[in-house]
Design a protein around this ligand. Structure first.
Ligand SMILES: Nc1ncnc2c1ncn2[C@@H]1O[C@H](COP(=O)(O)OP(=O)(O)OP(=O)(O)O)[C@@H](O)[C@H]1O
Ligand SMILES: [Mg+2]
Length: 255
């Protein structure tokens, strides 16, 4: 087993003297290759903060973070930019597609930036387009496709460079239930068949029920963890609801 994410005693404090806020504290987290892990917790718990420090977008105040065996703590801006490009894939709620590029161009952009040769580039696009069922729309522009198709395009772009870690913040937040299910099924398959490692922040117990493990955070601290065992997804979903109600969140806490 290969460890992809390891955090030790991570702390994040916002603000300065007199007006400080501890957004994360004592975060020890280990994620193995091929795991599809959910991050849940009430609004303001620190979920996005955690994702952002793992994404190297935000810097922890103290503690250590290793991704794919490399500590990201002492890297300078140039090293971090290269690290993000080579090792990380991102999926956001609002897609972040470039409107002036076709679906295919959006997907190949990270590879083109990494100066991959055209033949390999075409092959990679073929593979991801099939995984996310977007082959028929490759030549279309973002304004010509649905929200679900946009998110599947964004997911294709996130995985095309074969990142060590895929980070998703509320990827199903703007999708109807059918599109959300399609995306979640694809992410699950990606982790099971291709050993992709995925960390997904979600408010939605249904989305979380596709994960193999869910980490609950509350007030910036790890609250509990729930690993999926032999139970069905429906049974796992009900367990997630139980933890959320213990947290005071509730099933309909969609913010
Ligand atoms: N740049 C910042 N400066 C000061 N405080 C911040 C900053 N960013 C976040 N916070 C605070 O840190 C806490 C955690 O924020 P975070 O965005 O991680 O929550 P979250 O769990 O993602 O919430 P939500 O579910 O609403 O997205 C919140 O109380 C927030 O107000
Ligand atoms: Mg958030």
């Amino acid at each position: 087993m290969k460890t992809i994410v390891e955090t030790n005693n991570v702390k994040k404090i916002y603000g300065s003297k007199g007006n400080v806020f501890t957004a994360l504290e004592d975060i020890d987290l280990t994620v193995q290759e091929g795991e599809f892990v959910g991050i849940m917790g009430p609004s303001g718990a620190g979920k996005s903060t955690l994702l952002n420090v793992l994404a190297t977008i935000d810097e922890p105040t103290s503690g250590d973070i290793s991704i794919d065996g490399t500590s990201i703590i002492k890297m300078n801006e140039d090293q971090l930019a290269a690290f993000r490009r080579d090792k990380l894939g991102f999926i956001f709620q609002d897609y972040n597609l470039l409107d002036t590029l076709t679906v295919k161009e959006n997907i190949v952009l990270p590879l083109a930036l990494a100066k991959m040769n055209v033949k390999e580039l075409e092959q990679r696009v073929d593979v991801v387009a099939d995984k996310f069922g977007i082959r028929p729309i490759l030549e279309k522009y973002p304004y010509q496709i649905s929200g679900g198709q946009k998110q599947r395009t964004a997911a294709s772009r996130a995985i095309v460079a074969k990142p060590s870690l895929i980070l998703a913040d509320e990827p199903t937040g703007a999708l109807d239930s059918k599109s959300a299910t399609d995306l979640l099924e694809s992410l699950k398959t990606l982790s099971e068949q291709d050993k992709a490692t995925i960390l997904m922040v979600t408010h939605d117990a249904y989305a979380a029920s596709y994960c193999q493990r869910i980490i609950f955070i509350n007030d910036g601290k790890l609250f509990t963890e729930l690993a999926k065992g032999k139970e069905t997804r429906k049974e796992y979903f009900n367990k997630v609801l139980d933890v959320l109600s213990a947290l005071g969140g509730g099933a309909n806490d969609v913010i």
